[in-house]
Design a binder for this molecule. Structure first.
Ligand code: PLP
Length: 369
């Protein structure tokens, strides 16, 4: 026997998950339906349509992969790449590094372009990369690098990549629902994200979207997709209804309810309004952190993830422990080269509010004394 489940009510201001609104928790506890029940199919179709709206795309193949953000990353890579293909990956933190690892495991010859952690890539980096590796099939880049807090401008990348005859694949795990994201306007061919960051939904699904150009590439494959579970040529029958709603795997029904609710909250607020709220909250937090003497690491900081250096002489883990134990506030520590040297403070979705910022700044001030 275990004690009844009573998780503490924490203020989640780390790199994700973020605080989940009661509306979403209520949706997830609704009665479970069968995954082929017409009522459930209706909910799922609505969810896919809202994924299109939030990504600002008309891509027919847009759906929630059953798995977290990493499953989305694998879905994009295993479907687009065959053994022996060449791929370019832009690496400026942990998640660019993971894309490189996943692509290598798909059998690709990976060319990585690296800048120091915390920096972003310029237009020239992309132009040089496609020139240097003209045979690459795709270029992969992280929009919001959660390990460093750096934002990557993608508005001009699509043209460069397409002119070189390649596909553009993007990680939008920490930008969806928090930063401007325009899949069609920016020429993104394949994109994945997660539910637990700026959508403020529990972790468990990864909204993905493939452009018609990406689908052509998948349909022209010479070898079958290495992963059975993530093969979109089979998944698309269930999610788009093409060829009937054939059973592939049992969809995580109640997680889809949660995502449907989360996406409708995003659209009720309005995409532009939500991006603007995250911008304003970032400015408010930044002002407060800087007045406590903390310095931002990236030049182009995300609004959704604020990465600051730990001041000399401060035990970063001890501060995080005090915030959690005494104030029920979670923030993140540094990852990779920033381990022990940085704090990562998330302002994601529901968590991005003035009230939370003031609470965190007051508690942090106490911990730094
Ligand atoms: N990509 C980025 C930029 C992330 O921040 C994360 C998670 O933090 C992932 C991918 C992996 O997502 P998950 O942990 O949901 O599998």
């Amino acid at each position: 026997m275990v004690a009844p489940l009573h998780p503490r009510q924490r203020l989640l201001m780390g790199p994700g998950p973020s605080t989940v609104p009661a509306r979403i928790l209520k949706a997830i506890s609704s009665p479970t339906l069968g995954h082929l029940d017409p009522q459930y199919i209706g909910f799922m179709d609505e969810t896919c349509e809202m994924i299109r709206q939030v990504y600002r795309t008309s891509n027919a193949l847009s759906f929630p992969v059953s798995g977290t953000g990493m499953a989305g990353m694998e879905t994009i890579m295993v479907n687009l790449v065959e053994p022996g293909d060449e791929a370019i990956v832009m690496v400026n933190g942990v998640f660019g590094g993971r894309m490189k690892d996943v692509l290598s495991r798909c059998g690709a010859r990976v060319h990585s372009v690296e800048v120091p952690w915390g920096e972003s890539f310029s237009r020239q980096h992309f132009a040089d990369a496609v020139k240097e590796h003209p045979n690459a099939k795709l270029l992969a880049v992280v929009h919001a690098e959660t390990s460093t807090g750096a934002l990557q401008d993608l508005s001009e990348v699509g043209d460069i990549v397409h002119r070189a005859g390649m596909l553009l694949a993007v990680d939008a795990v920490t930008s969806i629902g928090g930063h401007e994201l325009r899949v069609d306007d920016w020429g993104i061919d394949a994109i994945y994200s997660g539910t637990q960051k700026c959508l403020s939904c529990p972790p468990g699904l990864s909204p993905v979207s493939f452009s018609p150009r990406a689908i052509e590439v998948i349909e022209a494959r010479k070898s079958p997709v290495q992963s059975w579970y993530l093969d979109v040529t089979m998944l698309k029958n269930y999610y788009t209804g093409a060829g009937g709603r054939a059973y592939h795997h049992t969809a995580p029904i109640n997680m889809v309810y949660a995502l449907r609710e989360a996406l409708s909250i995003v659209l009720e607020e309005g995409l532009d309004e939500r991006v603007e709220r995250h911008r304003q909250m970032h400015q408010r937090l930044r002002q407060g952190l800087e007045s406590l003497g903390l310095k931002y690491i990236p030049e182009h900081s995300l609004h959704t993830l604020n990465c600051v250096s730990v001041p000399e002489g401060i035990d970063e883990a001890a501060v995080r422990k005090r915030l959690l134990d005494e104030y029920d506030i979670e923030i993140g520590g540094g990852l990779g080269v920033f381990a022990g040297k940085a704090w990562r403070i998330g302002l994601m979705g529901e968590s991005a509010s003035e009230k939370n910022i003031l609470t965190l700044l007051a508690a942090l001030e106490q911990c730094l004394q």
